[in-house]
Design a protein around this ligand. Structure first.
Ligand SMILES: [Fe+2]
Length: 265
């Protein structure tokens, strides 16, 4: 069994700037890492950190370098895929030392971590908010599933392969959910898909396999399915998650902060 921290959507900006003109995501990340380090004794042992994309908000080199310094404070291997805000070239340079990657093109990878097969799928379409698992990603997914043993498997991607009903996010969702559905249709191994992008916890199934999205490290999108719902974000609830890949999968969302306690029963 492996145990992972699942982090998503850090949206780090360049020094002296903010995300959407209001959110100091550098400070948010730094304080969240402080919080996770405090919690680690209660969560350990952790084998690796899985980050489901949108590490940077503005694609600047310094935003990636800051994110890397902060994540390295956890003292754990970091495995990640890019999100729609990421810049592939800088991401590849700063964040991919734990995975064996193609020298160019989409950043798809597979790795065995503590007996768990992990497959990272790059859904970034540069210049677009929407995402697609390209031919290379689909080929890696199907060939890895065909040729590896039947160990527990995690598929890590940014855009979730389902729609939440949040209109402004569904408009920039995964464009080939059908291809992902087909790729897993006959797969009977124990497999879970981890995603991000929607800045909140949503569960679904894909060809019978569980899919879950992590809370964002920095902000939250409200679940409001009305067509005229406000298009924007909240500063909380934020958080991360812990995944055990033992018998079945145990994925637990962990809020960044607990309020009003602790009180004895
Ligand atoms: Fe995001």
């Amino acid at each position: 069994m492996a145990r992972f921290l699942h982090l998503s959507d850090l949206h780090v900006v360049a020094e002296g700037t903010t995300s959407s003109g209001v959110l100091d995501t550098r400070s948010v990340l730094s304080s969240t890492i402080d919080h996770i380090i405090e919690m680690l004794p209660g969560l350990s042992p952790i084998d690796a950190v899985l980050v489901s994309g949108d590490i940077s908000d503005d694609g600047t080199q310094c935003s990636y370098e800051f994110a890397r310094v902060q994540l390295d404070r956890l003292g754990l291997p970091i495995f990640s895929v890019p999100g729609n805000h990421d810049k592939r070239s800088i991401f590849r340079e700063v964040f991919c030392d734990f995975m064996t990657l193609p020298k160019s093109g989409s950043i798809n990878w597979e790795a065995e971590i503590a007996g768990t097969q992990v497959i990272g799928l790059d859904t970034l379409v540069e210049g677009s908010g929407s995402g697609t698992v390209d031919e290379n990603g689909l080929a890696l997914l199907t060939s890895t599933l065909a040729h590896s043993n039947k160990s527990p498997t995690v598929v890590l991607m940014h855009h979730p392969p389902f729609l939440t009903g949040i209109k402004f996010m569904d408009a920039i969702g995964l464009t080939n959910i059908g291809a992902m559905t087909a790729a897993l249709a006959t797969e009977n191994r124990s497999l879970i898909v981890l995603a991000g992008h929607v800045h909140g916890v949503h569960h679904c199934q894909l060809s019978g396999h569980p899919v879950v999205t992590a809370p964002s490290i920095c902000s939250a999108f409200a679940l409001n399915r009305q067509p005229d719902a406000f298009v924007g974000f909240f500063e909380s609830p934020t958080g991360f998650a812990v995944l055990d890949t033992g018998a079945g999968y145990h994925w637990s969302a962990v809020p960044t902060s607990y309020f009003g306690g602790p009180h004895a029963f």
